[in-house]
Design a protein around this ligand. Structure first.
Ligand SMILES: [Zn+2]
Length: 204
């Protein structure tokens, strides 16, 4: 599997060495194990990590994708998704049988569904058909990656999660309509609403 470059970070006060996609020059940093270290309370280190949660999650592409998104590394995520798409191409074959070489494609195991129940709607995203792929990151059947960002203050209408970004390597059409701009990327549609947008799988 492709190994993503991660950086080691530690609190200046000591403790475990954690992993993060990138140690920023300033501002808070979020570790793979989900801790947020406040501005100037941490330092990048060259030592190997010793936080067991960070080490375990460094082998989980979805976690890493989410962490990259959290750090505004959208381009890095796109690169990862392209590499994943390439590695999914059926260029691996199992040769079985004697003499007559019968080829059959490798059957990849399906991704395990998350244990938690996915709600019908997460803020501006209608989740039907989407697969969660890390904190605030969703993937459509055609591989469109949708990033949602949580509002800091809870909203009275419950739409805490707002559409932030969409990444797709295929066809994208943006159409001017009365209420604003509609974006169709692969099997995903982003429609303007009165106070924001609605993201959902294209209606058949
Ligand atoms: Zn950690």
């Amino acid at each position: 599997m492709h190994k993503v470059r991660l950086e080691s970070v530690r609190r200046k006060s000591g403790g475990r060495i954690h992993l993060t996609p990138r140690v920023p020059q300033a501002g808070p940093v979020t570790t793979l194990c989900g801790q947020t270290l406040a501005d100037s309370s941490y330092a990048a280190v060259s030592d190997d990590p010793d936080c067991t949660n960070c080490i375990r999650r460094s082998n989980d592409p979805a976690r890493i994708s989410g962490a990259f998104f959290a750090q505004e590394e959208g381009s890095e995520l796109l690169r990862l998704s392209l590499e994943q798409a390439q590695s999914r191409k059926p260029n691996l074959r199992v040769i079985s049988g004697h003499g007559a070489e019968r080829e059959k494609p490798v059957v990849w195991p399906a991704a395990k569904p998350p244990p938690e129940v996915v709600p019908d709607r997460v803020g501006e995203l209608v989740t039907r058909g989407f697969k969660p792929s890390g904190e605030g990151v969703w993937r459509s059947p055609q591989g469109v990656i949708v990033k949602m960002r949580k509002h800091l203050r809870p909203r009275s209408d419950g739409k805490d999660w707002r559409f932030a970004e969409l990444v797709f390597e295929g066809s994208v059409v943006a159409t001017r309509i009365e209420a604003g701009i509609r974006i169709r990327a692969g099997d995903v549609e982003v429609n303007p609403t009165d106070d924001g947008v609605e993201v959902q799988l294209k209606k058949k």
